[in-house]
Design a protein. Structure first.
Length: 259
């Protein structure tokens, strides 16, 4: 069995039985229309992708799109719709990854209301294979809008978990543990500001965690920097895209961070 298949087999053996339900996050900051530009940098600090974020609001429904356009032509494009009415509830998420930057192509859609997960895969002969199946989804599913969740929790919050449907073998539920790590300074428009840093840890406990470390497939933690205030904003994300590949830093255009 190949290393990746070995990991998937162990992954499925445990995560399907351990992804417990949790309460969805309450709305503290109403999301508004927004358009932001970011830059993605390698660990060496080289700019490798242009990033665009747009958000449209229609009554209680928010639609957002986050697109990475890499210098090598690769694309990471994620479109998410959720409702902000008392609590946040995912409506749908569509995530595409393609190009040389990624170890494998991804075209994965989840419809939260129906629980349908759909994968589109290009076969060697060029044909597109479409596979859909039903999954019982938790109310706290946060595909595509974890950043929004972090805009709505206090900076001194206790660690908490939310669900993510990973695009593995048609979609498998995992939990991510989110913990605050205090404040760190950054520069913006000539001012020194402070952002609250949150750490996101994919929970692959037990035998899965051991196997993942042994074969080098343990997803790395992600850190998200949130500027607090009347209009909180995500100013930096450091981690892998989709839980694999190189670590990159996605930074708000014009922001400066110390190494």
């Amino acid at each position: 069995m190949e290393r990746s298949n070995l990991f998937v087999a162990a992954f499925l053996a445990t995560t399907l039985g351990t992804a417990a339900l949790a309460e969805p996050i309450s709305v503290r900051n109403i999301q508004r229309p927004i358009h932001l530009l970011m830059v993605a940098r390698s660990e060496a600090g080289k700019a490798i992708a242009r990033v665009e974020f747009t958000q449209v609001v229609l009554r209680n429904e928010v639609s957002m799109r986050l697109t990475y356009r890499f210098d090598d032509g690769s694309i990471d494009d994620e479109m998410t719709t959720f409702r902000q009415q008392g609590t946040f509830r995912l409506v749908r998420n569509h995530h595409i990854q393609e190009g040389l930057f990624f170890t494998r192509a991804v075209d994965f859609t989840v419809e939260a209301a129906t629980g349908m997960a759909t994968s589109r895969t290009e076969e060697k002969n060029g044909n597109i294979r479409v596979e859909s199946h039903h999954i019982d989804l938790p109310d706290d599913l946060a595909n595509g809008f974890v950043g929004t969740v972090l805009l709505n929790v206090p900076k001194d919050t206790t660690p908490f978990r939310v669900g993510i449907l990973a695009p593995v073998l048609g979609g498998r539920l995992i939990r991510i543990l989110i913990s605050p790590e205090g404040e760190r300074p950054f520069q913006m428009s000539g001012q020194t500001l402070k952002a609250t840093v949150f750490r996101i840890h994919p929970e692959l406990g037990g035998i899965v965690g051991v196997i993942a470390q042994l074969i080098g497939l343990q997803p790395k933690d992600v850190t998200v920097w949130v500027l607090e205030g009347d209009e909180p904003a995500v100013v930096r994300i450091v981690g892998q895209l989709g839980g694999s590949g190189p670590v990159i830093s996605s930074e708000l255009d014009g922001a400066r961070f110390n190494k």
